[in-house]
Design a protein around this ligand. Structure first.
Ligand SMILES: *Cc1c(COP(=O)(O)O)cnc(C)c1O
Length: 293
């Protein structure tokens, strides 16, 4: 089965909460050790559409440690499809790319400059009949897939749903999937990504427009930046709750939530659900020994 959602649990995190604030996390990272978390959900309807269109090759873009790239490679292999990854930068044999290649993905390295003009790259390969997926899975199908994250468990008792936001696709999906009385909050992991709200709104039906909040104070210097303070937090969180997080997304998400609780950001009583969106494979870009898990 492609999505082994039976492995997902709701884990309570007593050390993050207080007497008025209960905190839990939906562990979508448990789906698979490498291809973990939200990328599975974001891809499911793209795969269906590709099959419907009788495209047997999926192509997309990503960096050398991209969760999205390795998820596409695995999803294609499981579905008997071919995959092509356009990778930003010079040739690199990161564990992520080696894994993607082992899963059958054909890799093309493109310079950082050329990477900015994806339409040009897509134009060069237009005659191949490939099914293209945006970087990070951004798009309506991605959001619809992410909406199904909230169907894995009964999430109706939570007052707030909190996630990390890169392209905002998962955030849009959670807004679609949430009840009217639930607040949905996205923690931006990119610096000064003030276009994020618009990116999310584009994916939402009009009646859900702006039915979410984004917070921009917890990027720790920017995308894929991980100061020592963040690494220390990850180790400390793991010791407290046996909860592994990744350096790009979920560490910032849990840090932010904990900080917001301390600042009394949430109305009380609150019952928070933090979406653990996976991404643990990306920690392989760290020097060994920096994490205790
Ligand atoms: C890609 C990713 C996100 C961000 O998802 P978007 O839909 O791009 O906002 C969050 N967490 C993890 C672990 C991811 O891999």
């Amino acid at each position: 089965m492609l999505f082994d959602t039976n492995k997902i649990i709701v884990q309570e995190l007593p050390s993050l909460g207080n007497e008025h604030t209960k905190v839990s996390t939906l562990r979508t990272d448990l789906i698979h050790p490498i291809v973990s978390g939200n990328k599975w959900f974001k891809l499911r309807f793209y795969l269906e559409e590709a099959k419907r269109l009788k495209c047997n090759t999926l192509a997309s873009f990503g960096g050398a440690y991209s969760n999205h790239i390795v998820a596409i490679a695995a999803a294609c292999k499981l579905n008997g499809l071919a995959s092509v990854g356009f990778i930003r930068g010079e040739s690199c044999n990161s564990p992520t790319l080696m894994e993607a290649e082992a899963l059958g993905m054909q890799l093309h390295f493109i310079s950082r400059d050329a990477y900015k003009y994806k339409e040009v790259v897509m134009g060069e390969f237009a005659n191949k009949g490939w099914f293209w997926i945006n970087e990070g899975g951004y798009g309506i199908n991605g959001a619809l897939g992410a909406a199904s994250i909230l169907l894995v468990k009964d999430c109706s008792a939570f007052t707030h749903i909190i996630c990390a936001a890169g392209t905002g696709t998962m955030l849009a999906g959670l807004v679609m999937g949430a009840n009217e009385n639930q607040s949905v909050l996205g923690i931006s992991v990119l610096k000064n990504n003030f276009g994020l709200n618009e990116m999310v709104n584009v994916l939402l039906p009009p009646e859900k427009s702006n039915a979410f909040t984004t917070i921009h104070d917890y990027h720790f210097g920017g995308y894929a930046k991980y100061p020592t303070k963040l690494i220390e937090y990850m180790n400390q969180l793991y010791s407290r709750e046996q909860l592994p997080t990744d350096i790009v997304y979920t560490s910032k998400l849990f840090y932010a939530t904990e900080d917001l609780i301390q600042q009394q950001y949430f109305n009380q009583p609150a019952n928070l659900l933090i979406i653990h969106s996976g991404g643990l494979q990306g920690n392989r870009s760290l020097e060994p020994g920096r994490l205790i898990f």
